[in-house]
Design a protein around this ligand. Structure first.
Ligand SMILES: Nc1ncnc2c1ncn2[C@@H]1O[C@H](COP(=O)(O)OP(=O)(O)O)[C@@H](O)[C@H]1O
Ligand SMILES: [Mg+2]
Length: 383
């Protein structure tokens, strides 16, 4: 059995090993070598089957390779499981990410607004964690992390391989939809991003509960698929061939430390890994454990009808964009932001912010979700 050991010397660091039953001489069976390449690893399995723990182990072993850079941990569960990294071997080099309307005070790690992360941060820190509770709502998290993903793909050259840990693949689809894409566009984005990842020096370890569904698209472009205990549903029909290698009940009741692994090139193996010692235990409150203070600004956006000060509802937003397109001065010029502000009794900054938001959305995802919600005529046009 091939033992994969991280370069960091600690007897308790997790290891991962696999015995290859089919194509043992394929380059893909040399997992140790492959972990230094930008590849996509997908873990599929039932609830609490050890999916997240396996993703953490893969990313940790990958980041511990000679060319290993940071681990970027996104979409952790609401219990802040990503904070476990604060007691990992990388604990002295963790950057926490948060939403701009939340104040976080962590005595042991710096914290930054997710929109302000730089490409240098990706090289400077060993772990970058976005915690669900560091945003006012799941919608805000999905929106902010969606924009952050766009930023990650801007990395044109790289020396260190970054490891993206995505806990529940479907979150990426939800994030894209928060940016105004529909389901088909969101899936297309994810598939394209996964195909292009190697150019940006990104590897991904993603977990998913479902074998069927939208995930089918990126499953087919995964370089490795790790199967964990599937629960009573058993394996999907396409994987029936595995029953000629394994006993069905063994698969159904596979312990958390085991997995079956399939490579894109057909190598098939069975393996085991250790649960990382820093992985969150079920009853732990990691935020309290690390004495992290949290304060959310009042969530004004929950009141979508609010339309005073800096808070602009969808109708007013679409009206501002329409005025900018249609209204003209006596000399036939486009109305200035100041003039629109005056006519609406708002500040010029409010008008400026709305136009920037609109243009960002149109150039980023092809459509402004605020205009779209109220059937605004200019939802797809930049002003
Ligand atoms: N390699 C392992 N060895 C032993 N126990 C494990 C292992 N991996 C996970 N576990 C146990 O399973 C629990 C659930 O793991 P987790 O990765 O959070 O599940 P999932 O993400 O599939 O819901 C962990 O808290 C841990 O107790
Ligand atoms: Mg999980």
């Amino acid at each position: 059995m091939e033992e994969l050991k991280p370069k960091l010397s600690s007897p308790t660091n997790p290891t991962l090993s696999a015995t290859w039953l089919r194509f043992p001489n394929s380059p893909f069976a040399d997992l140790n070598r492959q972990l230094s390449r930008p590849l996509a690893h997908t873990v599929v399995g039932g609830k609490e089957g050890g999916k997240s723990a396996l993703c953490e182990t893969i990313a940790f072993l990958g980041a511990s390779q000679k060319n290993g850079g940071s681990i970027i941990d996104l979409y952790g569960a609401r219990d802040n499981e990503g904070l476990g990294w604060l007691r990992s071997p990388f604990k002295d080099s963790v950057l926490l990410l948060k939403g701009e309307h939340t104040q976080v005070n962590c005595p042991t790690a710096p914290c930054k607004n997710i929109g302000e992360v730089t490409l240098d941060d990706l090289e400077d820190y060993r772990v970058i964690v976005s915690c669900a509770r560091f945003y006012r709502s799941i919608r805000e998290e999905w929106y902010s992390v969606g924009k952050f993903l766009d930023f990650l793909w801007t990395r044109e050259s790289w020396t260190k391989l970054c490891w993206l840990v995505v806990r529940e693949a479907n979150s990426i689809i939800s994030s894209r939809m928060m940016l105004g894409e529909d389901q088909a566009q969101a899936v297309k984005y994810f598939v394209k991003a996964m195909q292009e990842m190697r150019h940006s020096g990104l590897s991904i370890a993603v977990d998913t509960l479902r074998w069927m569904g939208a995930e089918i698209n990126y499953r087919t472009i995964s370089d490795y698929i790790y199967l964990k205990a599937p629960g009573i549903d058993g394996l999907p029909q396409q994987l029936d061939f595995l029953y000629s290698y394994f006993d069905p009940f063994q698969i159904m009741q596979m312990p958390a430390e085991q997995f079956i692994v399939l490579s894109r090139r057909g190598a098939l193996g069975v393996g085991r890994f250790d649960c990382p010692y820093w992985h969150k235990n079920e009853h732990e409150n990691l935020r309290k454990l690390f004495a992290i203070d949290l304060k959310h600004d009042k969530d004004e956006t929950k009141d979508l009808t609010k339309d005073t000060g800096l808070h602009v509802n969808d109708n007013t937003h679409a009206g501002i964009i329409r005025d900018r397109f249609e209204k003209k001065t006596k000399k036939g010029k486009v109305l200035s932001m100041g003039a629109i502000a005056f006519s609406l009794g708002r500040s010029s900054k409010t008008i400026h912010d709305q136009i920037c938001y609109h243009n960002d959305a149109v150039t980023g995802v092809g459509e402004c979700p605020r205009c779209k919600r109220v059937n605004g005529k200019y939802a797809k046009q930049e002003v």
